[in-house]
Design a protein around this ligand. Structure first.
Ligand SMILES: NC(=O)c1ccc[n+]([C@@H]2O[C@H](COP(=O)([O-])OP(=O)(O)OC[C@H]3O[C@@H](n4cnc5c(N)ncnc54)[C@H](OP(=O)(O)O)[C@@H]3O)[C@@H](O)[C@H]2O)c1
Length: 291
């Protein structure tokens, strides 16, 4: 199977790329937008806001399956720069979906728990959506565009973490600040399921191999708030948990509202793949042991 990973230099894309190569059975091509973030020779340039760059990549790769990882992911920037967020997350998804139709390939789209308002999580795949932020709205519109295209798989995930020294993912923020003994105020009223990027990649490739379509929640097993997750990181990586203080989301005055009681249920993947996702502690220990 020939897969094209759009955004192979992002956190999720990187793990998908390396997992697909490790797993075997896939021919893999990847794209980047910012040359500074592109570390793999052979990746192709693609900008979701420039139709001609998308077409050029499709013509050169001729994939069977396209995995769209690229997005404007900074939640507050999506609120600040709404037009840009729509151009990337909504119109970008539309441009990719149109090419998938022309080139007759399947489309896998990454979405988020931010399609929910966070009043009654954790949510299943069939629960009603109601995004409260611009990021969540653009991801939901992207989902709708993609699911209207002939053959698609939508993967909702959240709080993806991995060990990457340059990354700003939550695990790396806590590890960096912990190592430099910096105090951290971390919210204890935002609930979700921290998700190991490597496991997210493995589940995604399994769903692709099985030609699944529709919406799937792919997240870690444990529903916890960010403060609890930060304490777990300290415990596993032997950092001083006294550096961390609980904080209320409202006190942060962030521009974009956050879904508080969010999180995603994993019954569907557990039963259809006959494999439950790992909990935070075992995933963090696996990461630590791999260093
Ligand atoms: N990380 C999470 O916790 C999380 C949670 C829920 C859902 N998701 C979804 O999962 C997907 C992957 O997220 P991630 O964590 O891998 O994000 P990330 O690390 O922030 O990477 C974002 C990717 O998007 C690319 N990109 C941004 N603007 C682009 C444009 N105009 N054209 C082409 N590419 C562009 C970036 O490329 P350059 O770096 O080259 O610019 C990068 O490859 C996204 O759809 C996100 O919404 C992530």
């Amino acid at each position: 199977m020939k897969i094209l990973i759009i955004g192979a230099d992002g956190q999720v894309g990187k793990h998908l790329y390396s997992s697909a190569i490790k797993t075997g059975g896939f021919t893999v091509a990847g794209t980047y937008r910012n040359p500074k973030n592109n570390t793999v020779p052979g990746f192709l340039y693609l900008d979701l806001t420039k139709s001609e760059t998308i077409k050029k990549v499709f013509e050169s790769v001729r994939p069977d399956t396209v995995i769209l990882c690229s997005a404007m992911t900074h939640v507050d920037n999506c609120e600040r720069y709404k037009e840009e967020a729509r151009n990337i997350n909504v119109e970008g998804a539309r441009r990719v979906a149109e090419n998938c139709k022309i080139f007759n390939c399947r489309l896998v789209f990454f979405s988020s728990e931010y399609v929910f308002d966070g009043t009654s999580g954790p949510y299943s795949e069939t629960d009603d959506t109601n995004p409260i932020s611009e990021y969540g709205k653009t991801k939901l519109e992207g989902e709708k565009i993609v699911s209207a295209s002939s053959d698609s798989l939508i993967i909702r995930t959240t709080v993806v973490y991995s060990y990457e020294p340059e990354s700003k993912n939550f695990l790396m923020q806590v590890l960096r600040k912990g190592a430099s003994k910096e105090k951290m105020n971390i919210v204890n009223d935002q609930y979700s399921n921290p998700t190991n990027a490597a496991e997210l990649a493995d589940f995604t490739l399994k769903l692709i191999k099985l030609k699944k379509s529709g919406i799937y929640n792919v997240v870690g097993k444990d529903l916890m708030n960010r403060y609890e997750f930060a304490l777990k990181i300290c415990e596993v990586f032997n950092l001083n948990s006294g550096l961390i203080a609980p904080e209320r989301t409202a006190n942060l005055n962030q521009i974009a509202p956050r879904p508080l009681k969010a999180g995603l249920k994993t019954d569907k993947i557990s039963s259809e793949l006959n494999q439950a996702p790992s909990g935070a502690e075992s995933s963090l220990k696996a990461i630590k042991n791999s260093l």
